[in-house]
Design a protein around this ligand. Structure first.
Ligand code: ADP
Ligand code: MN
Ligand code: MN
Ligand code: MN
Ligand code: MN
Length: 338
């Protein structure tokens, strides 16, 4: 037996962007055998996180996923849902809005900026660095600076150690902008891993005096915004699909465009302008390999008789992956499969 350090992580009640919160509970256990079922329900003071009034302020933390924490001896990260004292989901618990997700696969592409002293990492103290062009997948000090790659590499190792299913990383179009991709079978699994990967990155930044900027358009002008492209496939899409189903699905996505945009992250009008590889926020479109559309159809999809996954390019970097997955599943559910 050992003293295990459990870091419970949850989303607070701030709008329009919830913040990650966490605190540590020490329990006795065998680190080699410790499992989600062994993690106790816990609680916190919701009056300090915009989740309760002062008088009756207890909220519950229900553990939903467990990850080894390489930064701590006998440490674990515990992703948690927030519950009301009676055990029902708290109104801020967006994870609980995901209804049926067993066979849906999600791949999220998270873009973000590193910020130092209120400026993107690598920007001069005043003015701007050379315009975009060589930063995307770039190499060399003048393109990526001296610290970013170290952070990105450490983040990758911490996530892999935690069992988070990273699929890749790359430097992005703007200076100081990066991306990582997470793929999961089951929308809750993918979204849990995305939130925990965000947590690990923010915590890592503390060590270097660097913040992670999740908002979608931190620099105005001719600088790319940040998205969280959401690639999705259901069992039906992977195994049956077909052109007719695909067109019905796209009709449903067009019909519910506004409801999607409503949960695809704040200030998305600043990013979805029709420029910088985006479609305008008030238009819905889809296209083969078209990075200027709302939904991009991969070549592989058409080549395999409209089977496979689709890429929704509208969600932005600050979007809540629980809400994105939940909305996509709701729209899919409106389309009959026969
Ligand atoms: P791009 O930058 O060209 O849009 P990425 O390689 O960054 O492409 O992201 C593609 C994403 O699609 C990956 O995260 C991958 O996991 C995801 N993906 C691949 N196959 C599927 C599938 N069948 N269902 C859902 N997502 C998928
Ligand atoms: Mn206390
Ligand atoms: Mn990508
Ligand atoms: Mn990208
Ligand atoms: Mn993409």
């Amino acid at each position: 037996m050992a003293k295990l350090k459990l870091e419970y992580i949850w989303l607070d009640g701030y709008t329009p962007i919830a913040n990650l919160r966490s605190k540590t509970k020490i329990v006795e256990g065998d680190p080699a055998k410790f499992a989600l079922d062994d993690v106790p329900v816990w609680g916190f003071d919701g009056s300090s996180t915009q989740q309760a009034e002062g008088r009756s302020s207890d909220c519950l933390l229900k553990p939903v996923a467990l990850y080894p924490d390489a930064t701590r001896k006998n440490g674990f990260l515990v992703m948690s849902e927030v519950l009301l004292p009676d055990g029902t989901p708290h109104p801020t618990n967006t994870r609980a809005t995901i209804l049926d997700d067993a066979d849906t696969w999600f791949g999220f592409e998270q873009e973000y900026f590193f910020f130092k002293n209120g400026r993107p990492l690598g920007f001069p103290a005043e003015g701007f660095p050379p315009p975009q062009g060589r930063y995307y997948t770039g190499v060399g000090y003048k393109n990526v600076g001296d610290l970013a790659r170290q952070l990105v590499e450490e983040h990758l190792d911490l996530c892999i150690h935690a069992g988070i299913n990273h699929e890749g990383i790359n430097a992005e179009v703007a200076k100081g902008q990066w991306e990582f991709q997470i793929f999961g079978k089951g929308s809750k699994t993918a979204a849990d891993e995305m939130w925990v990967a965000r947590y690990i990155l923010e915590r890592l930044g503390e060590k270097y005096g660097i913040d992670v900027e999740w908002t979608c358009k931190p620099i105005r002008g001719d600088w790319n915004g940040s998205g969280m492209h959401s690639n999705f496939s259901t069992k039906f899409m992977r195994e049956k699909g077909g052109k007719e189903y695909f067109e019905k699905l796209m009709d449903a996505f067009r019909k519910h465009h506004d409801e999607h945009i409503a949960v695809y992250g704040p200030d998305n009008h600043l990013r979805l302008t029709g420029l910088h590889e985006t479609q305008s926020i008030d238009k819905f479109s889809y296209g083969l390999a078209d990075r200027g559309s709302s939904i991009r159809i991969p070549h592989s999809f058409v080549n395999s008789a409209y089977k496979g996954y689709l890429e929704d390019r509208r969600p932005n970097s600050a979007a809540d992956p629980y809400l994105v997955a939940s909305r996509i599943l709701k729209t899919i559910a409106t389309v009959p499969t026969s």
